[in-house]
Ligand binder design. Structure first.
Ligand code: ADP
Length: 303
């Protein structure tokens, strides 16, 4: 079983479903309210565990009731939570309004995630024991950079999802093996809207890049080896929340198991395609048996 460490965020998503979002000063009556465990870090951890990885989560929850539920959600997905601190105060929350057109607006309050400013005792050992470290940018850059450096020192592959997108410090890029932006993040990082050109530019900083292209699949590029594309299976998407996190979690497992890149990309696209056919974030992520059953030979495009 491939071992995966995740350093990142845990959020409780507080989702209000409304016919139409309220304007400033307006009050509207909504249809439904749900609380759903989320956060990019936790989402990737759950995706990797469902995909068949042995996963440990490093991060923080608060002393509120959300903290208890967020930890329990990870545990029930099979994720080890010894590295998930409980810090005084509120857990991270995302306040999401979804209207009848599917449009949304979101307020994220980092809460406990903001207190993840560096590595603590045993975190380096947790990272060193992994084959792969998954990182995103919903906890402070100081912790992300320290974790990447620890991974590099121990020969652990680092996979970085640059979201929410922001300028990346050179120390972080220098310790990143695989960067996985979506097409919007790739454009924001490089100023280039063409994914091939963006990938080419990003390869100046990191050895491997995957740009996710939504329903179009993914573009993979490695220094000195050209680019390949893998199409996403054609499915009817009902909710693409956490599609990227599902893809990254599954990809980390497939690569950690030593599967060839093209095969790993196709398998991870299969996992993400299953997730978009169901509502929700973590609850929409398919188990390994389902990913295997759905995966068929990739429809590849040449470079
Ligand atoms: P993010 O969720 O981070 O914005 P994308 O929208 O690029 O990222 O989606 C990530 C991956 O999820 C895609 O590369 C693709 O494999 C899969 N995916 C997303 N939307 C669809 C869709 N409509 N049909 C099939 N697969 C999809």
């Amino acid at each position: 079983m491939t071992a995966i460490a995740v350093l990142g965020s845990t959020n409780m998503d507080l989702v209000a479903y409304v016919p139409k979002a309220p304007r400033l000063g307006e009050t509207v009556t909504g249809r439904e309210f749900r609380t759903v465990p989320g956060g990019k870090g936790a989402n990737q951890a759950v995706a990797a565990a469902r995909s068949g990885g042995r996963v440990t989560m490093i991060g923080a929850v608060g002393t509120d009731e959300f903290g208890i539920r967020l930890r329990a959600a990870l545990r029930s997905a099979g994720v080890a939570t010894e590295g998930l601190r409980t810090v005084e105060g509120a857990s991270g929350t995302a306040h999401i309004t979804v209207d009848d057109e599917g449009g949304n607006s979101i307020i994220v309050i980092p809460g406990a995630n903001a207190r993840v400013t560096g590595l603590e005792a045993d975190d380096e050992a947790r990272i060193a024991a992994a084959d792969t470290l998954l990182l995103q940018l919903e906890v402070p850059l100081s912790a992300v950079t320290a974790a990447a450096a620890a991974a590099r020192a121990h020969g652990v592959r680092t996979v970085l999802t640059p979201a929410p997108v922001q300028p990346l410090p050179s120390a972080l890029l220098a310790a990143t093996d695989l960067l996985v932006p979506n097409e919007h993040e790739a454009a924001a990082l490089t100023g280039l809207t063409d994914p091939r050109q963006a990938a080419e530019a990003l390869l100046q900083d990191v050895p491997e890049v995957v740009i996710t292209l939504g329903a179009a699949g993914v573009l993979y590029a490695a220094r000195g080896r050209g680019a390949i594309t893998v199409a996403a299976p054609a499915v009817r998407a009902v909710d693409t929340t956490a599609a990227g996190d599902t893809f990254v979690g599954a990809l980390a497992v497939a690569l950690g198991e030593g599967r060839p890149v093209r095969e790993a990309l196709a398998w991870a696209c299969g996992a993400a395609a299953l997730s978009v056919q169901r509502p929700g974030a973590q609850e929409s992520m398919p188990p390994r048996t389902e990913i295997d059953a759905a995966s068929s030979p990739a429809e590849d495009g040449p470079a």
